[in-house]
Design a protein around this ligand. Sequence first.
Ligand code: FAD
Length: 470
Amino acid sequence: MTSDLHIVWHRQDLRLTDQPAVHAAANHKILPIYILDDAAAGDWALGGAQRWWLHWSLTRLAADYTALGAELMFARGDAVDILSSLAERHGAAALHATRHFEPYARRQEAALTAAAPCPVHLHASGYLREPGAVTTGSGTPFKVFTPYWRACQSLGAPGAPLPAPKQLSGTRNVSTERLDEWQLLPAKPDWAAGIAQMWTPGEAGAHAQLAHFGPERAQLYGTDRDLPEKPGTSQLSPHLHFGEVSARQVWHSLGNRMEIEAAEPFIRQLGWRDFSVSLITHAPDLPEAAWSPKFRNFPWRDDAAALKRWQRGQTGYPIVDAGMRQLWQTGWMHNRVRMIVASFLCKHLLLHWRHGEDWFWDTLVDADLANNAAGWQWVAGSGADASPYFRIFNPIAQAQKFDPQGQYIRRFVPELADLPTKFIHAPWTAPQNTLTSCEVVLGKTYPHPMVDHSAARSRALGAYEQIKAA
Ligand code: FAD
């Protein structure tokens, strides 16, 4: 027998405002559920930093539901089986979810639609424009960002966000697992202290961060976005990834039409987010395989020791080490520095971009299958609309340009903090007496550069020569 029960399946949409699945179910009896289904995600099951985030985001979502009169249910296992039997058991009238575009998420949606004993409604996700909404004149997906973005802009403002429900009617007699049984938080050692200091997961945390960024900073984004020591970017990425805020909520928070126009360089980044997800929809193997076929035979090196030094921020290049340590300590890294450390891994060390992608996957609180794969392939030169391979970032020149006073380096590489600005970007160029007076002993308190920039550059270009003609 069918009841008036509507099930809402939460995934990367952990919010109640502008949440189309919740909105559609809000006038019925509602049973919201989150299912931890690591097996479905396979190699892309959540990494450590995101498990920490998920714990707190779900804790807050559950509290928000309770305040409105419903209980969020937790379950682990095969999402399709769990949802189908839940719907069967309760005689559910419908099942709602927002669309997701990771290859495994799309497989789950297809399987659920086939297996569920009730209608399955898939609602719009948290993007400005979903994959498929913006196509070339011939109906194919864009493979180059600039024309893609022009086509998006011609569509005007995204629709207004949906309101939050004022009250919900939950259902009783639901057996739920306890979130703390899932052991999403690190125990021994508890490496999350720096992450906890920087972030407040959950919908309220997302809106506090959005308000903190605000229209004024959004308008300054074009000038400040490349300086890692400034709060020039929004730091909304984990909130956007977990769907604690939608992209159109961000857009509409930026003010009137003129203010939104002035914030175009910032909004364009939301466009890159949409572009990346449209790429992965088109090429589901984007996280595993080079978009450009000629890169599939690139002569990558194998060097576990070098990879470890990169991961630990011990390369001897201060800007690279600062970035890798920022990542480890806070679960996030500034975009400019992501590009520098990624270029260093793929080009200076000639290590496969997949090693970097995996490390980011485990350590970033904003790890996102589409953005991470597209970001790595962009830097490696193998992606759609990628930076050309022969564009090899010079880590010293990049540091001098974007961290001219070395404040960012001093913050994350404290053993160099006393060095004069003149030497902070390349400590090995400092005279011995300066190093001594600043208590820097190269090879002891801070490493010698693990590769010589010019030699590494030539080696990378030589490797590229081998595939260039292919
Ligand atoms: P802002 O500059 O304030 O931008 C606003 C939002 O736009 C971001 O929150 C993000 O959702 C989106 N965005 C910004 N830049 C990009 C971009 N280049 N591509 C796609 N979306 C973008 N971003 C992730 O969200 N997850 C990842 O796993 C990820 N991995 C990356 C790996 C590499 C090697 C590189 C070079 C970039 C990666 N990025 C990733 C993109 C970018 O670095 C981050 O989105 C950004 O640094 C997040 O900080 P923010 O929220 O302050 O961004």
